[in-house]
Write a protein that binds this ligand. Structure first.
Ligand SMILES: Nc1nc2c(ncn2[C@@H]2O[C@H](COP(=O)(O)OP(=O)(O)O)[C@@H](O)[C@H]2O)c(=O)[nH]1
Ligand SMILES: [Mg+2]
Length: 419
């Protein structure tokens, strides 16, 4: 799962990136949170408590003196919550004409192609122009920033589909819509599109347009197709950043406009997130990304100077106002509400919830909602899927069949001819 941060220069992409990828290195036990300067790992919190809490509850009820602690191999567990890794990419290079390769346009587009979703970081304070130059107040209109990215992406897609349009038309002549969808799928796999995304985008386009005679389509019509395809291939979510210094009524207008376009938007403050995550890593404060407050630790009280305390108190006021820095909530909403993922725990031992080496709940897997027991088997290993016999829902100890859909938080033991 990969999320790209995009936007014009100077909006706060790198600030968010470093805030979210440098977190929890010490507790993460992750060999390196940053893979390369622009690619890093962030952790998202499961929407359920770590299932080890169920074991601890039982142990307490039975007056047994055993404390169960999970051993995550993927992700981490903190304060009874599991966190799973998501890759973040800081994608620089959005400038006018990027779709024609202007600036670092080609690199920009190839980085984009690998992402499952995009977060557009917008400067809601409007203090920089479209090229990111500081201009003082009202330098830009954040709504233009949004529309500018939408059109760059659609023009990019248009360029690709136009390239072999004659082939697409021929295919449509012999097979109708199906032929055209086949052509689009073939030509857009290179930017990470799947057939189901193309079908969804094409059908939306078809609801508003006559899809007969593609040989007569104008660029305008193909642009409209590209806009619909973009929505499916690169779902876009918006961070209205620098919300801490944005004009409140302008911010409200921006949120209304973008919500009206059916995009998800959250007001954010990357600066605050970075300051808080650094202070937290230095043990000066206790802060969990996503929360709307923090505590200055004993160590912090002893070591922070007055200026630093004042700075933190200012951030605290922003947090109250924005209800957090916005990013954890934005990413949570993208992953669970929009990309429809759930977290499940495959285990070897259905009673103890451990793997072959006795590790408790080692794997927390981020999978598509609607995944079946057999689908999970395949996502663990193809042999496990091929030899699938049955699965056990370990919480209820019930047998579940191949086609049963799993739920968020399920613990599953798979029986297969291969194990
Ligand atoms: N006030 C405020 N400034 C921010 C915020 N996020 C980033 N900045 C500042 O905006 C400038 C550009 O940030 P940067 O992350 O380098 O932008 P990028 O070019 O999009 O990667 C830096 O001076 C940041 O400190 C924010 O939430 N609030
Ligand atoms: Mg940057």
């Amino acid at each position: 799962m990969k999320i790209g941060l995009v936007g014009k220069p100077n909006v706060g992409k790198s600030t968010v990136f470093s805030a979210l990828t440098q977190i929890k290195v010490d507790i993460a036990n992750y060999p390196f949170t940053t893979i390369d300067p622009n690619v890093g790992i962030t952790f998202i919190k499961a929407r359920h408590l770590c299932p080890s809490t169920i074991l601890n509850q039982k142990s307490e009820n039975d007056n047994r003196d055993i404390e169960y602690k999970c051993t995550p191999r993927t992700g981490i567990c903190k304060n009874d919550s599991r966190y799973v890794p998501v890759t973040l990419v800081d994608i620089a290079g959005l400038v006018p004409g990027a779709h024609e390769g202007k600036g670092r346009g080609n690199q920009f587009l190839s980085d984009l192609s690998q992402c499952d979703a995009l977060i557009q970081v917008i400067d809601a304070s409007c203090t920089t122009d479209l090229e990111g130059k500081p201009m003082g107040e009202k330098a830009c209109n954040p709504i233009d920033e949004y529309n500018f990215l939408i059109s760059e992406l659609a023009l990019w897609i248009l360029g690709i589909i136009n390239n072999g349009w004659v082939r697409g038309v021929r295919s449509a002549q012999s097979l109708g819509d199906k032929g055209l969808i086949g052509y689009l799928t073939q030509t857009l796999t290179g930017i990470g599109a799947t057939e189901s995304q193309i079908i969804l985008g094409f059908n939306k386009f078809k609801n508003e347009n006559d899809t007969a005679s593609p040989w007569d389509w104008t660029d305008q019509k193909k642009y409209s197709l590209s806009l619909n395809l973009r929505e499916e291939i690169f779902p876009l979510y918006v961070a209205a950043n620098k919300a801490d210094i944005a004009n409140k009524s302008e911010l409200k207008k921006l949120i209304e406009y973008i919500s009206y376009q059916k995009s998800v938007i959250f007001p954010t403050s990357a600066d605050s997130e970075l300051a808080l995550s650094r202070a937290n890593n230095a043990n000066l404060i206790d802060y969990e990304s996503g929360s709307s407050d923090f505590i200055i630790s004993k160590y912090g009280k002893e070591n922070l100077n007055l200026n630093q305390i004042n700075g933190l108190e200012k951030i605290r006021r922003n947090l109250y106002e924005l209800n957090g820095t916005g990013f954890a909530k934005l990413i949570d909403s993208i992953v669970f509400d929009n990309l429809n993922k759930i977290i499940v725990y495959p285990v070897q031992d259905e009673k103890k919830w451990t793997d072959g080496e006795g590790r408790l709940l080692p794997d927390a897997l981020l999978v598509d909602k609607g995944i079946t027991a057999k689908g999970l088997a395949y996502s663990v290993h193809s042999d496990l899927g091929n030899g699938f016999i049955k699965a056990i829902d370990c919480k209820s100890s019930r047998v579940i069949g191949a086609d049963q859909e799993l739920s968020d938080g399920d613990i599953i033991k798979i029986y297969s001819k291969s194990n």
